[in-house]
Design a protein around this ligand. Sequence first.
Ligand code: NDP
Length: 282
Amino acid sequence: MNAILSPDQYVVIGNPIAHSKSPAIHARFASLCKQHMEYQPLLAPLDGFAASVAAFRDGGGKGANVTVPFKLQAYALATQLTARAQLAGAVNTLSFSGNEIFGDNTDGVGLVNDIVRNAGKTLKGKRVLLLGAGGAARGVLLPLLSEQPSELVIANRTLSKAEELLVLAQQHGAGSVKLQACEWAVLSGRFDVIINATSASLSDELPPISATLFDAHTLAYDMMYGAQLTAFLRFAQTQGAQLRDGLGMLVEQAAESFYIWRGVRPDTAMLLLELREALELP
Ligand code: NDP
């Protein structure tokens, strides 16, 4: 008689969590890749992240995505960290094996894969501008440097935070990449890729940047996505730049987590189209 194996269990842990698109994305990946697994949202109390993870692990859980506000706690909980998680100072992917908790951060590689594979824009040898120096900017630093742009400029409203990222990048080996940290007013020359990692888009604000940073060859990338173009993308549009929102980053970071857990890389192109249509995004 054949025993029926129960599916491997995964969750996305956050607070709030009901809005998360990760369960739908991973269910689609599992079906596309024929993986026997289940992926559920898990609401953890604000003061109960570690206990929620422990209970899930004890019940046989294999892995978890971690979202707001627990990425720093996940970093602290992990017994082993990848280099990109160490530089990010935050973890969005946990894998459980024996007594070990492996922590990784797939946000940065998600961004890079979306730019390079989906948008078809090479970063190697290019002039790249990163707007913002918060958690999202920090998370993408190492994967961006790994692509070896000729120059990476980090601009932020609070200069000291951009300078902190610059030091981190130098410590982790920026190689031949020319690094600079600055305030908005100092920015000059056109860039090949401009990534908006500020949360200004959440309030439909625009970082005070000059139109001269863009031309028709510039890829303007906003990590946020929504039914309308963000103020940053609207501004870039008026300069004739190429536009991309953060939906692809969301899907690609999920694909990287899936790969870490299952050893299979799902095809993201179809899902990205489906999701854009379902969410009625531009
Ligand atoms: P943080 O709160 O850690 O950092 C916010 C950053 O935005 C800081 O650099 C801050 O500058 C800057 N900022 C805030 N308001 C303004 C403003 N009005 N004008 C200019 N700069 C401003 O946020 P995160 O780094 O976690 O998130 C940033 C964005 O990235 C969010 O929109 C988030 O939704 C998105 N994101 C998307 C992901 C995806 O998968 N698509 C994944 C992760 C994040 P200062 O230092 O001066 O305060």
